[in-house]
Design a protein around this ligand. Structure first.
Ligand code: IPD
Ligand code: CA
Ligand code: CA
Length: 268
């Protein structure tokens, strides 16, 4: 990324977000496949580990030290929301906790930063592959030094797509399963890898052609949505309208497949 093209205030935020993501990623790498404590949250399949908390503590402490005026929304409850702040950090300290707890090597740190209610900076770090995805609004999306571009797949039966399922899948009738079946029968392949933030970055990188999910949260989608859009992709809700920053509905694609994906994932 050409740092000269970025406003100094954005650059400072990007640098801090990268430092936080790498610091948390180091914790994830160090404690991966060790004997960590694991608890459940909203359901027996919704896990939280000591590593989620340790990563969040590191990130929140670094933001509060450097930028005490900023608001923070962090998944495990650290940080402070401040209604009067221009900047808000939206933090998923460990996206892919189930994978992490099982030693399945697909998880990351995700940090989105909003300026006056719009995402301005996004950073996603995969510590095992040492892959740093990042973007500043208007400056493209990057994987390290490589500028990202979404795929050019335009035929749905040649597309590799990903999705995910919410932690209430065992009890809620709104479970994404019919949508899953429709897409499965129309696409080349369909994945459920367990990290929403990485799924979005993979759409940006052209490794996936599209990704959708329901009932996500702001911290799952904040950074990744910006990264997809800055890589030339499209992010909407299930009817093609603006995707809520809060993550309840998210459909992302290279743009070329968007209409078809919407026709398959909207209510029927
Ligand atoms: C989860 C992951 C998963 C998605 C879930 C998310 P977490 O986040 O992103 O891929 O399907 O909906 O909640 O709990 O591992 O941070
Ligand atoms: Ca998450
Ligand atoms: Ca998480």
């Amino acid at each position: 990324m050409d740092r000269n093209r970025i406003a100094p205030q954005d650059e400072a935020v990007l640098e801090l977000a990268i430092r936080c993501a790498k610091g948390a990623g180091e914790i994830q790498r160090d404690r991966y496949e060790t004997d960590i404590s694991i608890r459940t949250k909203s359901a027996h399949i919704d896990l939280v580990t000591e590593v989620d908390h340790a990563c969040e503590e590191l990130i929140v402490a670094a933001i509060e030290k450097d930028r005490p005026e900023d608001a923070i929304l962090a998944e495990e409850g650290g940080g402070q929301e401040r209604a009067d702040s221009d900047w808000r950090w939206v933090v998923d300290p460990l996206d892919g906790t189930t994978n992490y707890a099982h030693g399945f090597p697909r998880f990351c740190v995700s940090i989105g930063v909003e300026f006056r209610g719009k995402t301005q900076v996004g950073v996603v770090y995969d510590p095992l592959l040492d892959e740093l995805f990042y973007s500043v609004k208007g400056s493209g999306a990057w994987l390290g030094e490589r500028k990202l571009k979404v795929s050019s797949t335009s035929v749905f039966n040649q597309a590799l797509i990903a999705t995910g399922f919410a932690y209430d899948v065992h009890k809620s009738p709104s479970d994404n399963i019919e949508r899953f079946a429709r897409v499965l029968k129309s696409a080349r392949g369909l994945r459920r890898d367990g990290s929403a933030a990485l799924d979005l970055c993979y759409v940006a990188a052209g490794r996936l052609d599209a990704y959708w999910e329901l009932k996500l949260h702001a911290w799952d989608v904040s950074a990744g949505s910006l990264i997809v859009q800055e890589a030339g992709g499209t992010v909407t809700n299930c009817t093609g309208g603006p995707a809520p920053l809060t993550g309840e509905e998210l459909v992302s694609s290279n743009g070329l497949l968007h209409e078809t994906l919407i026709s398959l994932v909207q209510d029927q």
